[in-house]
Design a protein around this ligand. Structure first.
Ligand SMILES: *Cc1c(COP(=O)(O)O)cnc(C)c1O
Length: 359
């Protein structure tokens, strides 16, 4: 069966080369004589996989030695709780509310302390990144949280707030490895793997050493970063197969020239689509230009029946999962690292034809 171009926001497309390699190694991994899925997480073969995955991610993101890399489970949604349980020692944190995920992160944090909402873009359905006034930042806060790329609404922070000594914490689920980030700017980065890294079930945490320490009373062992740091992400059984696929994706990314090379490609892919939207008489992007995401591109025709027709006909043309998030409607094309330029070109060709037929 032929593959389609999959514009899903997550779980999302993986590089075909990675899937093919995994297929080759599915029944017997190298000399182990068994599938990675069947292996003990304490075996030499798996210890090598997880060590390689970490080493490659460190190289890709240029992660300094004073940061730990953790391979956890529970998704980004568990990090909404794990971050405050570990970091909210004074009982307060600053949040910028740029969409549903930021809102959820703030709601969970509010169970452990006071959440100071610095700014929000809720007034225009999160179609922009609000201006931040550093005078409103709490210089005594335990941390400052942003969602650097907003998967649902298609916005991104193109510059990071200057939080001084307050650790900047970010949900990077939908933009990790898509553009160059200076890890030094962050105290903690977390990301669910299923957008830009690999299969669902794996969650990456990158945490600065000085933030690993005392947790709030009552914190479950599994929610303590220190436990996972001390046990090198092998306190309990990690999502072994997902870690293995992530390793293959990291290897693929290194072959593509690393993050700066994929960023250039991502910028070209996004420009193809945004330039078309800006010139279109039928379709319209929903996000303020300067805040547009490179990864998630929402757009509308303004007519729900035309949107529905577009999504249906696109699917018939092999361009699938173009429906917007269930909370916002319209369309959204997620164009993560694994989406080839040809996929975006095919989408633009199809949109042009649809426009000619429907205007
Ligand atoms: C998808 C997503 C989440 C939710 O991730 P889960 O792994 O399902 O918990 C949170 N934040 C962002 C930015 C996302 O894109």
């Amino acid at each position: 069966m032929d593959r389609v171009y999959n514009f899903s926001a997550g779980p999302a497309a993986l590089p075909v080369k990675v899937l093919e390699k995994a297929q080759k190694q599915l029944v017997a991994y190298e000399s182990a004589g068994m599938s990675v899925m069947e292996m003990s997480h304490r075996s030499a073969a798996f210890e090598e996989i997880i060590a390689n995955a970490q080493e490659m991610l460190r190289r890709l993101m240029n992660i300094p030695p004073n940061y730990h890399v953790l391979f956890l489970q529970g998704g980004a949604s568990s990090q909404f709780s794990m971050v405050p349980m570990n970091l909210m020692r004074q009982g307060k944190a600053d949040f910028v509310i740029t969409g549903q995920w930021a809102k959820k992160a703030a709601e969970e944090a509010a169970r452990y302390g006071s959440v100071n909402k610095i700014a929000s873009s809720a007034d225009r359905t999160f179609a922009y990144i609000p201006e931040l006034d550093t005078d409103t930042f709490d210089r005594e806060a335990d941390y400052f949280h942003i969602t650097v790329n907003n998967t649902i609404f298609g916005t991104r922070f193109s510059s990071l707030p200057d939080t001084g000594n307050v650790p900047l914490v970010t949900d990077m689920s939908s933009s990790i490895l898509s553009e160059v980030y200076d890890v030094n700017r962050f105290g903690l980065i977390y990301a669910g793997a299923q957008k830009n890294i690999g299969p669902a079930g794996l969650t990456i945490v990158i945490i600065r050493d000085d933030l690993v320490g005392t947790t709030l009373p009552g914190t479950p062992t599994m929610f303590d970063y220190k436990v996972h740091v001390e046990n090198k992400s092998l306190y309990n059984t990690p999502p072994t197969f997902a870690v293995y696929i992530a390793m293959l994706v990291f290897e693929w990314l290194l072959e593509q020239g690393g993050v700066s090379a994929i960023q250039r490609l991502n910028e070209e892919k996004a420009a193809l689509l945004y330039d078309f939207l800006d010139a279109s008489k039928l379709f319209e992007g929903t996000v303020d230009r300067r805040d547009r995401s490179l990864m998630n591109v929402p757009f509308v025709t303004g007519k729900p029946d035309v949107d529905a027709k577009f999504i249906k006909e696109a699917k018939q043309a092999g361009l699938v999962n173009l429906g917007g998030h269930r909370s916002v409607g319209g369309m959204r094309a997620s164009i993560y690292n694994a989406m080839p330029r040809e996929g975006v070109e095919a989408l633009v060709v199809f949109m042009k034809k649809f426009e000619a037929d429907n205007i």
